[in-house]
Design a protein around this ligand. Structure first.
Ligand code: ASP
Length: 327
């Protein structure tokens, strides 16, 4: 362990010999607990994933990784909290296709730029979305579409807010089927799913992570998955493409981001801890049991995540803006 004085001397020497101060500032990192902002309600899919990986990362880093739920506005409030935090590696956000693609595409004005306001750390897992309906509403997609098209129907769908992945799924479904429903936003899909199960809202798109237990228990009915092929954890549920809804070939990627300007060596240390967590058989098994697909080592790190975000922004921004404007 370096003393404070030694670190200061090293910093001065480093500056004198031209060593980047960023690499020196990673010495000893982390020396105190790290906050992982989950930008949705507790008990939902983002929260569950965050708790699984943060525990393992903490043991690799030698410091606690404390999950803080900051829900609202499709995850924008929590993401913004991290965007504005000190770029020192002690405040991270668990972002996804919603916070880092759909929110900036749909929110007016965009609360942040997903590519330049954050420093990507690494990918965690990618999970299919599942279309679930309240008990008794429909047994297949055709039945739901019939219901939505029945004159006089005032249907509703839940989400975690404008730009959340659950909103992305709902918006895409309504566009692709030429139907309409009122959007009911929540602070996360844990409370949204509870309202669908209670029959207060008609349908919801949510990650396998959150729904497989409820589907197995029969409290909601799964009608389709968002990936081109069926999900191994829900083998009896057709893909939406198979059920006749075109354009559904997507899943929710979940990833860690730090504020822009976080020192490279700190980012590398965090990325390595995440990668080690993903190598842990208990972590892998749990993520797979929840329907997750894990990235290969080459697809995990900061550069691969930056490329993914850039590609997703290009792919989704025009589709989502057209869908939101009814086009
Ligand atoms: N990740 C979910 C969504 O994007 C929300 C949640 O985790 O509660 O809709």
């Amino acid at each position: 362990m370096w003393t404070r004085r030694a670190v200061m001397v090293a910093a001065v020497v480093g500056a004198a010999v031209g060593v980047a101060p960023t690499s020196l500032s990673a010495q000893g990192f982390p020396t105190r607990p790290i906050t992982l902002v989950v930008p949705f309600a507790a008990g939902g899919p983002t929260d569950v994933l965050g708790r699984i990986v943060s525990r393992r990362m903490a043991s690799h880093l030698g410091q606690p990784v404390v999950v803080e739920n900051v829900g609202g506005a499709g995850g924008a409030i929590g993401a913004q909290r991290v965007q504005r935090a000190a770029p020192d590696g002690y405040t991270l956000v668990l972002g996804n296709i919603g916070t880092h693609t759909a929110v900036p595409a749909l929110a007016q004005p965009a609360p942040y730029d997903p590519e330049t306001d954050f420093q990507p750390v690494g990918l965690i897992a990618t999970n299919p979305l599942v279309l679930v309906v309240r008990p008794g509403l429909a047994t297949d997609v055709a039945g739901l579409v019939r219901y939505l098209k029945t004159p006089g129907t005032r249907a509703t769908y839940a989400s975690a807010g404008v730009g959340a992945s659950s909103h992305l799924g709902g918006l895409l479904f309504l566009t692709q089927t030429g139907t309409m429903a009122d959007h009911i936003p929540y602070r996360g899909t844990a409370p949204a799913l509870a309202d669908v199960a209670a029959g207060r809202v008609d349908f919801l798109f949510d990650q396998t992570v959150n729904v497989i237990g409820q589907v197995a228990g029969g409290t909601v009915t799964a009608l389709g998955v968002s990936t081109r092929t069926r999900a191994a954890v829900l083998p009896d549920v057709p893909s939406l493409m198979e059920a006749g809804v075109p354009g559904f070939d997507t899943a929710v990627w979940n990833a860690l981001f730090a504020p822009r300007g976080t020192p490279t060596a700190v980012v590398e240390r965090l990325a390595e801890a995440l990668s080690q967590a993903l190598e842990d058989p208990a972590v892998r098994d749990r993520l797979v049991e929840l329907g997750g697909e894990l990235p290969t080592p080459a697809a995990r790190g900061p550069a691969a995540l930056a490329a993914l975000v850039a590609a997703e922004v290009v792919r989704w921004t025009p589709i989502l803006r057209a869908a939101a404007s009814g086009g």
